[in-house]
Design a protein around this ligand. Sequence first.
Ligand code: NAD
Length: 260
Amino acid sequence: MKDSGLHQKVVIVTGGSAGIGRATAIRFAEEGARVAVWDVVDKDSAVLIKEIEQAGGAGIFQVVNVADLKAIQSAVADVIAKWGRIDVLVNNAGITRDAQLTKWKDGQLAATLTDEQWDAVIAVNLKGVFACTRAVVPHMIKQGGGVILSASSVVGLYGNFGQTNYVATKAAVIGMTRTWSRELGKYNIRVNAVAPGFIGTEMVRAMPPKVVEGMVSHTPLARLGEPQDIANCYVWLASDQASFVHGTVISVDGGLVIGT
Ligand code: NAD
């Protein structure tokens, strides 16, 4: 991208070891950014950091569970100690624990969405986004601006069968994005969300093939998305080209319309 303004910018990508987060970390590196990759597990981080450097950026890997407030604080302090600033936060980490609210079989209740499934998804996808954003914003205010980007989902806009907990968090991400755009615009902090459709990552490969086929059949572009499709959107939103884009959610879903 020409004149993205991202050269030497300091970017944190949560859940950056795999899937969309990994592609996003490398895509920012192609713009010359310095990328702190956070993930709950270290999956070949040395390979990823090498890829980031080969792409034209600099990188560090930090083990951070976004549900762990202390780990977030300490990782933010390390990034500030190393690079002195934080320009972009990509709240990408997310999990699913799918179950129907109630499953009815042979005239009786067979199962429900459990408290554990509810709490696990809320802790990562909702509280994690809140906690990471709260930790970086003071640094952005002090330095005169920044960009906050968060992973919503097409299901946060339309709902989805068997995903009460996940949908609640992805809809909440849109609400937080709109709220933070109102609170933080005056500090030159732009806040936006991306709502991916169905993207070919572990998260989608874990779904029953029938469900995935059904989603592709409702996608006018007739394919799953690639992690790079979402990474490109994050990079554009963080770039100078998106300097007046604020408080919005961009669908990147091949035109998917759930329920048609
Ligand atoms: P993925 O499962 O392929 O990768 C997620 C990464 O997040 C993994 O590396 C995992 O270790 C990490 N992670 C999980 N829990 C974490 C935690 N507590 N702290 C830090 N890291 C953690 O997922 P993906 O498909 O790349 O999805 C990335 C984001 O995009 C998620 O927020 C997801 O909800 C959203 N999304 C994905 C799709 C899709 O079709 N794949 C669609 C819509 C939205």
